[in-house]
Design a protein around this ligand. Structure first.
Ligand code: SF4
Ligand code: SF4
Length: 715
């Protein structure tokens, strides 16, 4: 008796092995192709998306984020586990193909894997199968025993996904065992029949199974051999066809999702791809009102989510109990797609996405308005699933139907009529420069035809009109004057940058604000723009076109610290501990993390600590997306949570570099009852306070009283 080289040679079935396995192959492949084709139907009905440019950059993303699993280690245990499983799958891909082929072809050998190369590959795959099996066991134990909180499904989002996850993990484990048993039974049979024995990797799963089968009678080995092969075949194709029905579809779709990922994430999606601003009046409907209004790439996102919960784990809205969890933005849309575009049966489309469940809606209005567009979800997602564009598109749809929250109607009207959300008069825009003490130290000119400058200080609404934030404007102006910048402001000619308006979904109003500002900036003749407001910075940098380059003031300060133009006096209170809060639109959206920190570290005697959530994991203060005017349902304020994080880090001063953050953090200190224990200060205020000033017009010996030195504007 000899062991057949290929499963194709098995004869003890109702049909021959070859016929049976060929039938299973054909059914599996055709079934998979049909299911995937049906899954693609909504993508063909979706809106356009422009994702076919820059193939090399896109391939680089695939290498980094898909093959390189770049983001997975951000969660160490789960990340390492996933890397092992993913690597195991990649290694086993050829083996799986070879195993499938031996069911229909005698002595099939993968080209290039005969002889020694094949033996080495077999050893590697034995270990790969073992590692994947162990990882499945660990993953099941994690799910059942340790139950990481981010996998939980809150009652309002449905029932637990654990059973489905365990089922899929078990199927993969069965696949690994079947593969190993097939190899083990073959090797054991070869040994018993005196044939040359195929080597199995020591201590691998196939090796251990072979040891266990040593004394099993030859006919039973034959049953194991053929049975293991059949189980492998059936499990493989069942998994293949089952995956497109749930989260495991990401195994197939994630590669494409990463290839087509957004390359310029900081730029908001246009209302319609391929429709320029000048033709927007021809667009009948704005935003995503029905599922088909999402773009095909956004639908691919829905299919690619692995349900890992990282996005929601980092979402500040979710953390404070707002009715928003980005993971379920995706899961609900995917469930909608599966339900409305079934694999078997007719598609029924066109249902409103936002609204009551009874009328088919899957999102509530509160859910859509709860997002601060902070970007934490996108930063975290290992599969580069996008959220901000989708949420803004949902808002555009609501705004288009006149569905605007009550508290936001007034600021929007004011923006339309006065160019700022407070409804204040345009001529009062530059009133912040009139503070008496400030006027004695710094002259800020308003740019017009006769009054030019190299640099425009773009102030934006909150710093211009909010009494507390005006201090940031004055500090910024003094810093610019100190470094010898020839600068001015637009004054009444400046309108709100429109940053929040755009993220709120009011595209037409944003365009009006933008066009007005672009004209004013061009007319001023400046060469560059500086702002101390990260929201204005983001708008000018990414939402505006054809204007001079823009910098955030923290970049200017960091540069001038390096050149030596800015020097600091030591802090008077050496006991204070400072921490820096990264504003979302400076950090995550524009990667400005180091400049503010370098500035702080240049101040003598300043002790600085980092909060647990810092840099690209910074926790939003709650100020983005017109949130200053919207009162969402929540258990706790984001700012309060952030202040608590600062206290936990041992800090008693929070430095930020954004007037929105300042508003929220100062409020939060009061709400948290931490007045007197915690303070907040803007980077510009701290810098202005600590700058070592020398008056150029005074003799050195006269310039000892630095604080009283009157700053003369360069103009
Ligand atoms: S952008 Fe921020 S607030 Fe909005 S869903 Fe993502 S993490 Fe949550
Ligand atoms: S969107 Fe990304 S981070 Fe969120 S659950 Fe899905 S895969 Fe995980």
């Amino acid at each position: 008796m000899v062991v057949p080289q290929s499963a194709a040679q098995l004869t003890s079935w109702l049909a021959s092995g070859r016929t049976l396995f060929l039938t299973i192959h054909l059914l599996g492949v055709v079934g998979f192709a049909y299911i995937v084709a049906r899954r693609m139907v909504p993508l063909f009905r979706a809106e356009h998306d422009f994702r076919f440019d820059q193939p090399w950059t896109r391939l680089g993303k695939v290498l980094q984020f898909w093959l390189g699993q770049w983001k997975h280690p951000r969660y160490r245990t789960a990340g390492i586990l996933h890397i092992f499983i993913f690597t195991g799958f990649i290694v086993l891909a050829l083996r799986a193909f070879t195993v499938l082929m031996v069911g229909v072809s005698d002595n099939f050998v993968m080209p290039g894997l005969s002889g020694k190369a094949g033996s080495v590959y077999d050893i590697i795959t034995d270990y790969a199968a073992t590692i994947v099996f162990l990882c499945m066991a660990i993953a099941v134990i994690r799910r059942l025993v340790f139950k990481p909180a981010r996998y939980a499904v809150p009652a309002r989002y449905g029932t637990s996904h654990t059973a489905d996850a365990i089922f899929l993990l078990s199927l993969i484990a069965i696949l690994m065992v079947a593969d190993s048993l097939f190899a083990a039974a073959k090797a054991a049979g070869q040994a018993q029949s005196g044939q040359p024995v195929e080597m199995l990797a020591v201590l691998s799963l196939p090796w251990m199974l072979q040891k266990a089968l040593v004394s099993v009678p030859f006919p039973t080995l034959g049953t194991f051999y053929s049975g293991a092969y059949l189980v492998h075949e059936v499990t493989f194709y069942f998994l293949l066809c089952y995956r497109p029905f749930g989260i495991q579809f990401h195994v197939e779709s994630s590669l494409f999702n990463i290839y087509f990922a957004k390359l310029d994430r900081e730029i908001l999606k246009p209302v319609r791809w391929g429709v320029g601003d000048e033709h927007l009046d021809q667009v009948k409907s704005f935003g995503a009102k029905t599922f088909e209004n999402f773009t095909w790439k956004h639908m691919l996102d829905f299919y690619s989510c692995a349900d890992c919960g990282r996005c929601s784990d980092n979402c500040p809205a979710n953390a404070v109990g707002r009715p928003l969890s980005p993971r379920f933005i995706t899961i609900k849309a995917r469930d909608y797609a599966f339900q409305h575009y079934p694999v078997f049966g007719r598609a029924h489309d066109g249902v409103a996405l936002v609204g009551s469940k009874e009328r088919g809606g899957i999102y509530s209005e509160d859910e859509v308005w709860s997002c601060t567009t902070c970007g934490a979800c996108e930063e975290e997602c290992p599969l580069l699933v996008e959220y901000i564009d989708k949420i803004v598109d949902l808002r555009r749809g609501l705004v288009d139907e006149g569905n605007v929250p009550q508290s936001l109607q007034k600021p929007l009207k004011a923006l339309e009529s006065r160019g700022n959300p407070y409804g204040k008069m345009e001529k009062k825009k530059a009133d912040w420069v009139n503070a008496k003490e400030f006027q004695q130290t710094c002259h800020v000119k308003t740019l017009d035809h006769s009054n030019g400058a190299d640099t425009l200080y773009f102030v934006d609404s909150i710093t211009s009109y909010d009494d507390r934030m005006q201090a940031i404007g004055r500090a910024t102006a003094k810093i610019l004057a100190h470094v010898g910048e020839n600068f001015g402001i637009l004054g009444a000619a400046e309108r709100d940058s429109g940053h929040e308006v755009r993220r709120f979904g009011e595209e037409t109003l944003f365009m009006a604000l933008r066009d007005h500002n672009v004209d004013a900036i061009k007319a001023s003749g400046v060469q560059r723009i500086v702002t101390a407001d990260p929201h204005a910075y983001n708008a000018l940098k990414h939402d505006y076109k054809d204007i001079p380059p823009v910098e955030h003031i923290s970049q200017v300060i960091a540069r001038e610290v390096k050149t030596g133009k800015i020097k600091f006096n030591p802090l008077e209170n050496k006991d204070s501990v400072y921490t820096y809060h990264d504003p979302c639109y400076l950090g995550r959206h524009n990667q400005i993390y180091d400049d503010p920190r370098n500035v702080l570290d240049a101040i003598p005697s300043l002790k600085r600590v980092e909060m647990s959530r810092t840099r690209d994991r910074s926790f939003c203060c709650g100020g983005g997306g017109l949130m200053l005017f919207y009162e969402p349902k929540e258990d706790q304020r984001m700012g309060v949570k952030r202040v608590q994080m600062a206290a936990e880090a041992g800090a008693d001063v929070i430095v930020t570099a954004c007037p929105f953050c300042m508003t929220n953090i100062e409020d939060a200190i009061k709400v948290a009852g931490m007045e007197g224990k915690m303070t907040a200060i803007d980077l510009t205020e701290l810098v202005d306070q600590q700058i070592a000033r020398e008056c150029p017009d005074l003799k050195k010996e006269q310039a000892t009283e630095i604080k009283e030195c009157v700053m003369a504007s360069p103009n």
